[in-house]
Write a protein that binds this ligand. Structure first.
Ligand code: SF4
Length: 372
C-alpha cells in the first residue's frame, strides 16, 4: 500500500486576482482565527477516521503565506501529532511574493516546511498588473532570496502563458529570467478565462490557439535546455525534485483534504468539504464534519481516472499496474481508444508502458476525453 498525502486548504488571499476561480477570499481577515480553530478541530477528528501513513503534506490555497506564519506552524504541529507522517515527508507551502518576509519564511522552515511553491506567474510587471497580482518582479526577487536565505533548497515557481496581448518574445523573456533563479521545479500553466471571474466580463486580446501551442512548445524546449525534465504536462523538475504530493493525484494514490472546499480521495471514495469559510467553520462546530459531498467511485471511474490522470505524466501508465489494480487487462476496457491513438502516433506503447508522444502532449486534452 502506497503512503497517502495530506492537503490543507488555506482560503485567504490579500486580494483577489482578476482571473482567479480558486476557493479563496480577500478581506476576510476577521475569519482567520476561527478558521484555524476549526481546521485544528477537523485535523483531530479526521485523524481518528483515517489511519494511514502519510509522506506528503501540501498547504495550498488561497495563499498560505497570507496569514500569520504561526497559524501554519501550529497546524503543521497538530498534523504531526495526529497523523502518522514520515520523518522525511515532503512538506510544501504555496507562497506568494509580498505576503511574507524573511522571518516568516524562517518560521515555516523551522516548523518543518521543506518545499515552497512560489507564484511568480510573470517576470514582467505589466503582465502582473494585468492579472491583478499584488506583487512586482522585484518583490518576487526579494521573496526568492529570502526563501533561499531561510534555507529552502526545494523551490518551485509557477508561471503563466497565454496572457492577454502576450507575444512569444514576452513569454521567452519570462522563461529566460525565471530559469536564471535556478529553482528546482517550474510549473507552466496557460491562462484559462473562467466564468464568474472579472476576466470573463472583460474584453481581452488573448493569443490564439496556435500561438498558445507555440508558447507551450517553447517552454518545453527552453526548460529542457536549462535542465528541467518535463514529467507531467505542465510540470518540469531538475533531477528528482518532482512534486511528490502532486504525483499522488496523477498516480491515483489516496489523499485526504482538510479545510474549506478541500477534496479527498480515500479508499475508493471521493468526498469534499463545504466551500465557504463561514459555512466550513459552522459545520465543524455543529456536526464535527464539514463534508457536503461523498460518492463511491465505480470500478470504471477508478480505471478511467487511472488512465486519464496517469497519462498526464511523461512516464505514462504501466499496463501491469492497471491489471493488478483492477483485475482486467487495459485492452479489455480501453482497447479501441488505445488502438486509435497508437496508430496516429499520439500514444506510444512499449515495454508494458503507455505514454504520450510529443505530438500527443499537444492534443492531450482531446485524447484524454476519450478515456472518461
Ligand atoms: S493569489 Fe492565487 S488564490 Fe489568491 S486570488 Fe490570486 S490566483 Fe487566486
Amino acid at each position: 500500500m502506497k503512503n497517502a498525502g495530506l492537503y490543507i486548504h488555506i482560503p485567504f488571499c490579500k486580494s483577489k486576482c482578476l482571473y482567479c476561480d480558486f476557493n479563496s477570499y480577500a478581506k476576510s481577515e476577521s475569519l482567520i482565527e476561527p478558521y484555524f480553530s476549526a481546521l485544528l478541530e477537523e485535523i483531530k477528528i479526521q485523524s481518528t477516521r483515517y489511519h494511514k501513513k502519510y509522506d506528503t503534506v501540501y498547504f495550498g490555497g488561497g495563499t498560505p503565506t497570507a496569514v500569520d506564519p504561526e497559524f501554519i506552524c501550529e497546524t503543521l504541529l497538530r498534523l504531526k501529532e495526529c497523523f502518522e507522517i514520515s520523518p522525511d515527508a515532503e512538506i510544501t507551502a504555496e507562497c506568494n511574493p509580498k505576503t511574507i518576509d524573511f522571518d516568516g519564511l524562517l518560521k515555516l522552515k523551522n516548523a518543518g516546511i521543506n518545499r515552497l511553491s512560489i507564484g511568480l506567474q510573470s517576470t514582467c510587471d505589466g503582465f502582473l498588473k494585468k492579472l491583478g497580482r499584488i506583487h512586482s518582479f522585484e518583490d518576487f526577487k526579494d521573496c526568492f532570496q529570502n526563501a533561499r536565505n531561510a534555507g529552502f533548497q526545494n523551490i518551485s515557481l509557477d508561471l503563466m502563458y497565454g496572457l492577454p496581448s502576450m507575444t512569444l518574445a514576452d513569454w521567452e523573456n519570462t522563461l529566460d529570467e525565471a530559469v536564471g533563479f535556478g529553482a528546482e521545479h517550474i510549473s507552466c500553466y496557460s491562462l484559462k478565462v473562467e466564468e464568474g471571474t472579472p476576466f470573463w466580463d472583460m474584453e481581452l486580446s488573448l493569443p490564439d490557439d496556435d500561438l498558445v501551442a507555440d508558447m507551450y512548445d517553447l517552454a518545453v524546449k527552453k526548460l529542457d535546455d536549462a535542465g528541467y525534465r518535463r514529467y507531467e504536462i505542465s510540470n518540469f523538475a531538475k533531477g528528482n525534485k518532482t512534486s511528490k504530493h502532486n504525483e499522488k493525484y496523477w498516480k491515483c494514490v489516496d489523499f485526504l483534504g482538510l479545510g474549506a472546499g478541500a477534496f479527498s480521495c480515500m479508499d475508493g471514495k471521493r468526498f469534499s468539504n463545504a466551500l465557504g469559510i463561514l459555512e466550513y467553520i459552522k459545520k465543524i462546530e455543529k456536526n464535527k464534519s464539514a463534508e457536503i459531498m461523498r460518492e463511491d467511485l465505480s470500478k470504471f471511474d477508478l480505471m478511467s481516472e487511472f488512465v486519464f490522470l496517469g497519462l498526464r505524466m511523461t512516464e505514462g501508465i504501466s499496463e501491469e499496474e492497471f491489471s493488478s489494480r483492477f483485475g482486467e487487462k487495459i485492452d479489455e476496457v480501453f482497447g479501441e481508444s488505445l488502438k486509435k491513438y497508437t496508430t496516429t502516433g499520439h500514444l506510444i506503447r512499449e515495454n508494458g508502458n503507455i505514454r504520450f508522444s510529443n505530438e500527443g502532449f499537444f492534443v492531450s486534452n482531446i485524447i484524454l476525453s476519450d478515456f472518461v
